[in-house]
Design a protein. Structure first.
Lengths: 133, 448, 518
């Protein structure tokens, strides 16, 4: 699956799509592949605060739980309502329909250090090399 | 030794195949100074007959031949021999936890049926595959309410079983929970005014037992209304599950924690028993312990698996909802068999016999001067009376007539100095009740 | 395809038995009570608003024979120790002696009420006393509690004892160190006991990294929780250094006793520096697993922790009379109601009495079996750690991974050969782990059958990986959809007129007849 060039990416395999001071956050195709079939996503409530670098929720498969880390701080504007009934969307469309939350950024500058699509692809290529070594 | 299936020759053969001369060599990784030079000082070895002989001698040193009127969290009920026939089958008795679902469908389906029966009994939507016992189920219910509400204060009825309260205190100390005791009123039920006064927006849960430790039935719908008004959760604890044959289930409670010993498990000096935790579907991901769920296989057949395991310790580790690894599977199976044997009518009839016999017993005892009913609220199969003298001394006299008398409430409730908790079940005969009444009358008639 | 030389008993795969609720119809009874010998109470009058009219809704109504057949049929779908080996690592699935079941059910033992007078409970108390003495002799410790209902509860009790002891000294401390090879109950328990978990890595041989430990043990550390032998089945050779490092900083050494089956009669944890430990009576001491419980997890401790034991405590009074004492001001409280899982304590004592001092032989046989299997499978499967194994051996699926076959697949294929799988994917420090513990209850023949099966599967993995990846083929149900079960949980039966999740439907696909050969 291609990594959208307009997104930015974290080392913990989240993607961020920024428009002015609103950021949409999800997990990457690499992350969903590592997890396996997703059964549940635990997301924060609207109005909750998220902090850069801290966990704001989890995505679960049958045998594993993965924490999701906020790439930047802000206030939750929306949590994806579809994921309750159809968590499998995270496997089939992780970059699109399965966005997790939308936040109002406190400080967009916090996103400065994130990787672009090419950088992220190189990063996971390294990870795959390490795994099969 | 009869449990070891190796002949001396085979042992030699295997040692040779491994490449060592003796079993001793296989322990060379243990530092020499820690290896025992002599056999352990243990009794035995005993043949099967000697093992049986030892335990028969111990059995003869207990209470055989006495009738007892004790309840207080452990109840004597009829249990069918069919229950043991089932749970003694090796395929159930000696089977492992059903992590490999394809070869443990028997256990898994039985758990699914257990979960269903517990929902039906308690009026809740989902129940787990069992907890250790009623005391730990109650504690886990409180911890669950804490996680769901994010609040720290817990109001606990004083009429909750003293040992359940003690277990809750032991756990609460390390979880930052603040426990506050709610008194009981003159009629034996929880003091509603005190409760209303204490219900603020920092309360996670209110814990009430029904029938409570004094035998008195609490009103769940009323309590739920008061508790929910402040955003707290109502936890109802049940120690005598047979009461649910005739009493309205605590459907308005948010979480029910029940002891299932009454469903086909012998008293066995305190264990093993089986705890039950039941709640609403929307809280299922905060439910501790194991859960069996229905599913299909790759060819569309129905089957069962342990599910929602991500709540549990082996995956979440530090973030688990609880550290519980085991459930009381065989005890839960015994309860399932017992309840399906009793069935709807049998459970109702058993409950009715309990209610009738306890009412009869109270009526007989109230005829005795020096005996007073302590609490006016309705009861099921246990009730509290106040005597004119120390219950301990009265019990000492009753023992001479081979009667194990009632639970001395003063040991757990210093304010109830002369109060006794009497339990009567369907196993108590009319003659035994009349004997108790006659003996008690004689004791109370004696000069002090 | 299959190795025709492998002959293992199979199970009934057919008999499509529904739920007990499917057999229910109004008016059927399976149990009758003796008639009521007192006046019948008018329930409605007596209970008023509490009265549950109509009884328990949808509660089953079936006859005695239907109940017995139902559960008998269900039982035939289970694997069990009574049928064959369970090579499950760290579970110690040994034979459950039947005399233990018999004595636990004796009138005068099964019938006793925990609140009956102590002078009428001397038989029960003597059993507790003798079991305590035996377990102290086996562990080399000073004091014991029999109250915890399971290993995990025993762990919690142990940590609460540590906390209480350190608190009394003035500082409960903040952290508990746990090896990355530990069982999941260890970190979960530490958190419930109010401690932060700090992981300690294993070194290249799978042992605790003692140099790292030296750095990590500060005065903020309350304890190290170890399993010995480790979950790799290997004895911690530097255990006395480990104990010294901890004691030097005032911290304590907790041992998870899950692997006692490698040590009983050979060595004693109390002798090699352990301060407090729990035992799993349902593992080492043969109380039955029962499909997932009940278990029991007594905690043994050194003298300094004794005052903090949960109540009640067994004491001896004048004249040798035994009593339960709850007047213990320093006690941590109670972890469970009543004295413990007494029915299981009887069974554990019966097991010990049968062996006596000869219990060492059981340990030797357990270690022989594990090493015999290791010797014959080393090279067939990858052995990541070369130090000597004790009662269990851990392989990895590294060789089989080359054709896309992993430990889970191998485990499922083992079912077709008539065995329960070994422990997969644990410990976490071995990717693709195969953890094998045969126990002393397996004969040479059973071990040989197991070795042959594993060799055959390794061959299949190389030559016909799909066969292994789609296993099991001979079971009553094929691989079950765990994902669906977690996405849309169906956790109870509901009458047909009530909505159930999307997954629910009565079984329309027939179950396979028993196949003639494995």
């Amino acid at each position: 699956m291609a990594y959208p060039t307009q997104y930015r990416y974290t080392k913990e395999h989240e993607w961020v799509d920024v428009h002015e001071d609103v950021a949409t956050i999800g997990i990457t195709d690499y992350a969903q592949h590592e997890l396996g079939d997703v059964v549940f996503a635990e997301l924060p409530k609207v109005g909750a605060a998220v902090t850069a670098g801290k966990s704001f929720g989890t995505v679960e498969s049958v045998k594993a739980v993965s924490e999701i880390f906020a790439p930047a701080g802000g206030e939750v504007l929306e949590a994806n309502p579809d994921l309750q009934a159809t968590p499998e969307k995270i496997n089939t469309d992780p970059h699109g329909a399965a966005w997790l939350i939308k936040i109002k950024l406190n400080n967009p500058a916090e996103l400065a250090g994130l990787m672009d699509a090419a950088g992220y692809e190189a990063y996971i290529a390294e990870k795959n090399k390490e795994a099969s070594a | 030794m009869r449990y070891l299936p190796k002949s001396p020759a085979e042992r030699e053969e295997m040692l040779a195949a491994i490449g060592v001369k003796s079993a001793e060599e296989l322990f060379s990784s243990i530092p020499e100074r820690y290896r025992l030079k002599k056999p352990l000082k243990l009794p035995g070895p005993m043949s099967e007959a000697e093992v049986i002989g030892y335990f028969k001698e111990r059995a003869a040193e207990n209470s055989l031949g006495y009738t007892n009127f004790l309840g207080a969290g452990v109840y004597n009920h009829w249990r069918s021999v069919v229950t043991d026939v089932v749970i003694q089958r090796g395929e159930f008795l000696t089977s492992y936890t059903p992590y490999q679902a394809e070869i443990t469908q028997g256990t898994l389906q039985a758990i699914f049926e257990f979960q269903t029966l517990m929902c039906q009994l308690t009026g809740q939507e989902v129940a787990n595959a069992s907890m250790y016992d009623g005391s730990t189920a109650t504690t886990e219910a409180v911890l669950m309410a804490e996680r769901l509400t994010n609040r720290q204060r817990v109001l606990v009825a004083r009429s909750l079983h003293p040992e359940y309260r003690h277990v809750l205190q032991t756990y609460a100390r390390n979880c930052g929970l603040q426990l506050e005791e709610m008194p009981y009123g003159a009629d034996g039920t929880i003091d509603r005014e005190a409760l209303r006064g204490a219900l603020r927006s920092d309360v996670a849960a209110v814990v009430v037992q029904s029938p409570n430790f004094f035998g008195v039935i609490e009103s769940t719908p009323e309590l739920a209304e008061a508790v929910h008004g402040s955003g707290a959760m109502l936890v109802i604890a049940i120690a005598e599950g047979v009461s649910l044959g005739l009493l309205n289930p605590p459907a308005e409670a948010d979480i029910v924690a029940m002891e299932g010993q009454s469903f086909g498990l012998s008293p066995s000096y305190g264990g093993p028993f089986v705890g039950v935790i039941a709640s609403r579907e929307k809280y299922v991901r905060q439910l501790p312990g194991r859960l069996a769920g229905e599913t299909t296989d790759t060819e569309g057949r129905r089957g069962f698996v342990l599910t929602l395991a991500t709540r549990e310790q082996h995956i979440r580790r530090e973030k688990a909802t609880s550290n519980i690894c085991t459930n009381q599977a065989l005890c839960a199976l015994a309860a399932t068999v017992h309840l399906t044997l009793l069935g709807k009518e049998g459970l109702r009839e058993m409950a009715h016999q309990n209610l009738s016999k306890a009412a009869f017993a109270l009526a007989e005892l109230e005829k005795i001067p020096g005996v007073r009913r302590a609490f006016s609220a309705p009861f099921f199969n246990e009730f509290t009376v106040e005597l004119t003298r120390s219950v301990k001394l009265v019990n000492a006299q009753l023992l001479k007539e081979k009667i194990i008398g009632p639970f001395v409430l003063g040991t757990a409730y210093p304010e109830l100095t002369k109060h006794a908790l009497i339990c009567v079940t369907e196993t108590t005969t009319r003659a035994q009740i009349e004997h108790l009444a006659a003996a008690l009358r004689r004791v109370l008639e004696q000069p002090l | 395809m299959m190795n025709g030389k492998i002959k293992k008993a199979g199970r009934h795969t057919s008999q499509d038995e529904g739920l007990i609720f499917d057999k229910s119809s109004a008016g059927k009874r399976a149990f009758e009570l003796p008639p009521l010998d007192v006046p019948a109470v008018d329930t409605a009058k007596s209970l008023g608003a509490h009265y549950r009219r109509g009884g328990v809704e949808h509660f089953p109504e079936v006859s005695e024979i239907e109940v017995l057949r139902h559960f008998t049929r269900l039982s035939t779908w289970n694997y069990a120790i009574d049928l064959g080996m369970y090579p499950l690592g760290s579970c110690t699935m040994k034979y459950n002696p039947r005399v233990n079941e018999f004595v636990a059910r004796l009138d005068g033992l099964a019938t006793e009420h925990p609140y009956q007078p102590q002078e009428l409970s001397q038989g029960c108390l003597k059993i507790l006393r003798l079991l305590e003495e035996c377990l102290l002799e086996i562990t080399g410790m000073d004091s014991l509690t029999l109250q915890p209902a399971a290993g995990a509860q025993g762990e919690l009790t142990g940590l609460l004892l540590i906390r209480a002891y350190l608190e009394k000294q003035g500082n409960a401390r903040k952290k508990v160190l746990i090896p990355d090879s530990a069982h999941g109950t260890n970190p979960a328990t530490a958190v419930i006991a109010g401690y932060q978990v700090e992981n300690i890595k294993s070194e290249s041989h799978g042992q605790i990294d003692v140099e790292k430990l030296r750095e990590q043990v500060t005065e903020d550390v309350a304890a190290l929780m170890i399993t010995n032998p480790s979950t790799l089945g290997i004895f911690e050779q530097r255990i006395s250094e480990i104990a010294d490092i901890l004691h030097g900083k005032g911290a304590l050494l907790y041992m998870d006793g899950a692997n006692m089956n490698a040590l009983t009669g050979i060595t004693r944890p109390g002798d090699f520096g352990v301060d407090v430990m729990h035992l799993n009576l349902h593992k080492t001491f043969a109380t039955p697993h029962g499909g997932g419980g009940p278990g029991t997890g007594p905690v043994a401790m050194k003298k300094m922790l004794e005052p903090f034991r949960p109540v009640p405590v067994l004491v001896e009074k004048d004249g040798g009379r035994l009593a339960l004492d709850s007047n213990r001001p320093n006690s941590i409280g109670r972890v469970k109601a009543f004295v413990g899982n007494f029915g299981l304590l009887i069974r554990a004592l019966a097991y010990i009495l049968a062996y006596g001092p000869g219990v060492r032989e059981a340990t030797e046989d357990a270690v022989i079996n594990a090493n015999y299997i290791r010797k014959h499978l080393d090279g067939v499967f990858d052995l990541p750690y070369s130090l000597p194994s004790m009662h269990e051996v851990v392989f990895s699926d590294a060789i089989q991974k080359k054709t896309g076959v992993n430990t889970m697949d191998i485990a499922k294929r083992l079912i077709d050969y008539g065995f329960h799988p070994y422990t997969t994917a644990f410990p976490l420090i071995v990717p693709g782990a195969l953890m094998i513990e045969p126990t002393e209850s397996e004969s040479k023949q059973e071990c040989d059958l197991f070795i042959d099966a594993m060799r055959s599967i390794a061959q299949e993995a190389a030559e016909n990986p799909t066969l292994v990846k789609t296993a099991p083929h001979t079971t009553r149900v094929r691989r079950l959809d765990e994902v669906g079960a977690a996405r849309k949980p169906i956790l109870r039966w509901k009458p047909s007129d009530q909505p159930q999740g999307a997954l629910h439907h009565a079984s329309k696909v027939p179950h396979p007849e028993p196949t003639p050969t494995v």
